[in-house]
Design a protein around this ligand. Structure first.
Ligand code: MF3
Ligand code: CO
Ligand code: CO
Length: 286
């Protein structure tokens, strides 16, 4: 089981490695440390890396084809087709009742927007396209924003700042640092613009399952949360709202998936899958 809380244990008959020593040091100080299953083996990392290449390819294909006048259902078809051509599967399809292959979230839709033939992209829309690939059992998860034609300066800035949040959060993540370092850095940047950071949805460990530990909050304090150890794979995916940070499930969505902002002002999000290395984060899918 992922995330089952066990104390860090040394492998039988082996001398403690430098990694073991550092993890035990922090665990003895009362910090949350990963379980062994959250530290991927070289073979698992290779698998997730390959899945990440397909996942990036899906979003590149969306970037090539997205245009004003197309429906979000067409985006779904593009993603599923490209993914399946690579011998991979869309993770979203059928996941906890999600009915489609990709999440398409326009303007005030924060995330988990469901593709529909009647949702037609129009000039000035901002849309997040979030896709997760399963290749040979390995998961990779990423999302990007697309601006349709010319939009308002407000929406343009929101999209830019959301991307900066992802980059600044990633920069703050250091080996043997903590998950809270990421959220702290993002929160500081967001507050400069008086935007709202969504608190109800977080980044997450990923790779062997869709959503693993740790939970990666996009706000918080340095030194909080789980210790970051080389070999961990997780997403950072800040959702930044122009107005309130509060979000709701859209009452009109019969599936109960679509998340919207409380004041119906726009929201923007970018997401990468990252591998923690001895030197900092490496992007596995963008
Ligand atoms: N890809 C989303 C994430 O970043 C999860 C989507 S779940 C779905 O974690 F069911 F809505 F597809
Ligand atoms: Co994710
Ligand atoms: Co995602």
């Amino acid at each position: 089981m992922f995330g089952k809380k066990r104390r860090w244990h040394l492998l039988k008959g082996q001398e403690p490695t430098e990694m073991d020593k550092k993890i035990l040091y922090w665990e003895n100080k009362g910090k949350l440390v990963p379980t062994r299953d959250l530290i991927k083996t070289p073979e698992q990392i290779e698998g997730i890396r390959k899945s990440g290449v397909v996942n990036t390819g899906v979003l590149d294909e969306v970037a090539r084809q997205i245009h004003i006048g197309m429906s979000t259902l067409e985006i779904d078809e593009i993603c599923r087709k490209y993914c399946e051509e690579q011998g991979a599967t869309p993770a979203c399809l059928g996941y906890e009742g999600f009915p489609m292959s990709v999440c398409t979230s326009i303007n005030e839709v924060v995330c988990h927007g469901i593709p529909k033939k009647e949702d037609i992209l129009k000039e000035g829309d901002i849309i997040n396209v979030d896709f997760t690939t399963i290749l040979d059992g390995y998961y990779a998860d990423a999302s990007r924003m697309f601006i349709m034609g010319k939009t308002t300066p407000e929406k343009e800035q929101l999209v830019r700042v959301a991307k900066e949040c992802l980059e600044i959060g990633a920069e703050a993540a250091k080996p043997y640092g903590f998950v809270g370092d990421i959220g702290h850095a993002i929160q500081k940047h967001v507050e400069r613009y008086h935007y709202g950071i969504v608190r109800d949805l977080c980044g997450h460990g990923v790779g062997i399952q869709f959503h693993e530990e740790p939970e990666v909050a996009h706000y918080g304090h340095r030194g909080q949360g789980m210790l970051l150890v080389p070999g961990m794979v997780f997403t950072i995916e800040p959702m930044i709202n122009q107005g309130t940070w509060k979000v709701f499930i859209d009452a009109d969505d019969k599936y109960g998936w679509e998340v919207i902002t409380g004041d119906e002002l726009p929201s923007a999000q970018w997401e990468h899958t990252f591998l923690m290395t001895e030197h900092g984060l490496e992007i596995l899918s963008h």
